[in-house]
Design a protein around this ligand. Sequence first.
Ligand code: SF4
Length: 244
Amino acid sequence: MKKKLKARSPVKAAASPAVKKVAARKPPAPVPKVKKVSVRQAQEMMDILCRTYPNAECELNFRNDFELLIAVILSAQCTDATVNKVTPHLFKRFPTPKALAEAPLDEIKQIIRPTGFFNAKAQNIQKCAISLVERFGGRVPTTLEEMTTLAGVGRKTANAVLGVAHGMPGWTVDTHVQRLSRRMGLTGNDDPVRIEQDLQKLYPGQDWSKLSITMIWHGRRMCFARKPDCPRCPINHICPSSLV
Ligand code: SF4
């Protein structure tokens, strides 16, 4: 397995220069409320996006569910490309949950430093590894309930790992999925859990993981936070937020 995914969650700690640069940027304007689309329109938009990005996949590199889990935690407030640069070294030094659980914390910090918020992230991934060893026999659990007991793992991260690594249904409601869901009229909610519930009602469970990644791809390539490229967008004839 090899791929990528991106997650964003607030993590408090000293920020790297790259992260400070990101933080200094003006935050995107809030997404205004739009009229919700019909189920048929919601399905048509997603059909078009799936045809537009037939090869959409998680963009984090990983070889197993443990590596994916750690990579997704590290991707908070950081690009997948940067995570992909540090994880080969990290997993070469500490290839298993046991090795990471017993690793010197300062060495973990040094390795993951480019991902930003490295103090908090280092503590989280080591606590997570310790839990995997002590409570799950050194394996990554395969239920949402168990996953979300791990340090640094919320519903978004758990759904991403379960969906990508194990093919289990789950919506990864990251910043892109939140923004696009509102712009596309799939939800009127701001809360990620309520957005997830709205999306669950619109699409069949077996598609949730694939559709999450497809929306993330569209958010990264066209429906940008600050200036969506509506004229080029293949769903601009349906999307209620289209600027065309
Ligand atoms: S039409 Fe514009 S706002 Fe709607 S999904 Fe496309 S890029 Fe985003």
